[in-house]
Design a protein around this ligand. Structure first.
Ligand code: NAP
Length: 308
């Protein structure tokens, strides 16, 4: 079986691309390593995706994306892509289940939370260390929770965690948040949220599970310990591009380099969503990327046919 297009990644970018290519009559396969929806499906509520004035649950929105792509005939398989061969006209995508062949590819593998890289982080992963508030928040009912980071994710997730924890402390390495103002205001107004400014975590400690954090004041160099039952880490993202190893050009941080039409360095290979070099990583921008990449594929395949 030769697919017209294989889309690597079933988040907002990949599912939008699939909707467009399938609706355009192309035989489309989406390969997703987890459940369809990507990071957006792990978000409790999405408030800045237009069309839903009251906001919409991430899982519900992403289920709708997947249903809509399937309705036009896109096939979605839950398989992790292990490697790809993209430089020939027929491209090969290898998953744990075998090889798939196609004429064009859209890379939409998304990004994952960046680890802090301190002692204790790996050992206590799943035992008090988490990267997903919607997944693990309910385990911390009436507990004291630390959130590391100062961006939109950290502040948004800290607000979500106040539903469960008795106290949520945002630990940030500067004295100013990076998050947008509306989130900052909500956090400052929330009586359960406190801040540890100019502070970094140097170690996560405990016996069977997280019990305390070693903290360092970056201004004075002073160190101290504070008890916490859990720590949620939101210090940014890193792209899921390890499987690409040399097949397309990446920037030094591992993000896929694209031209204005979202083409990559390999002919017939396009990229969309959080894994590419871009200014703003949101569901709304991922959707735009998906549509544009799909148009790129349609044009590329039409030109191939003209060229014979
Ligand atoms: P981000 O915007 O890159 O922010 C990362 C935060 O972590 C920054 O405050 C940074 O500090 C801090 N940080 C980075 N490395 C650190 C380290 N080693 N130790 C301690 N702190 C560290 O990442 P994000 O918040 O995950 O957001 C990622 C993207 O998704 C952004 O484009 C964001 O706008 C978007 N997003 C949007 C929404 C929304 O629209 N509602 C929600 C979530 C995410 P500095 O400030 O000092 O650099």
């Amino acid at each position: 079986m030769l697919y017209d297009v294989i889309i690597v990644g079933g988040g907002p970018a990949g599912l939008t691309a699939a909707l467009y290519t399938a609706r355009g009559g192309l035989k489309t396969l989406v390969l997703e390593m987890g459940l369809p929806g990507g990071q957006a499906a792990l978000t409790d509520k999405i408030e800045n995706y237009p069309g839903f004035p009251e906001g919409i649950g991430g899982p519900e929105l992403m289920q709708n994306f997947a249903d809509q792509a399937r309705r036009f005939g896109a096939e979605i398989k839950m398989e992790r892509v292990e490697r790809v061969a993209l430089k020939e006209q027929v491209k090969v995508i290898t998953t744990s289940q075998g090889d798939y062949r196609c004429r064009a590819v859209i890379l939409a593998p998304g990004a994952r939370p960046k680890p802090l890289g301190v002692p204790g982080e790996e050992a206590f992963r799943g035992r008090g260390v988490s990267y997903c508030a919607t997944c693990d928040g309910a385990f911390f009912r009436d507990k004291k929770i630390a959130v590391v980071g100062g961006g939109d994710s950290a502040v948004e997730e800290a607000l979500f965690l106040t539903r469960f924890g008795r106290e949520v402390a945002i630990i940030h390495r500067r004295d100013q948040l990076r998050a947008i103002k509306v989130l900052q205001d909500r956090a400052r107004d929330n009586p359960k949220i406190s801040f540890r400014w100019n502070t970094v975590v140097t170690e996560i400690c405990g016996e069977q599970k997280v019990e305390k954090l070693k903290l360092k004041d970056v201004k004075t160099g002073e160190t101290r310990e504070e008890n916490f039952d859990g720590v949620f880490i939101f210090i940014g993202l890193e792209p899921n591009t390890d499987f690409l190893s040399g097949e397309v050009t990446l920037d030094p941080a591992g993000y896929i380099v694209t031209n204005p039409s979202l083409g990559t360095s390999a002919a017939g290979v396009f990229a969309a969503g959080d894994a590419r070099v871009k200014e703003l990583r949101q569901v709304s921008t991922a959707v735009g990327d998906g549509a544009l990449a799909a148009m790129g594929v349609e044009r590329y395949l039409a030109e191939l046919e003209v060229g014979g």
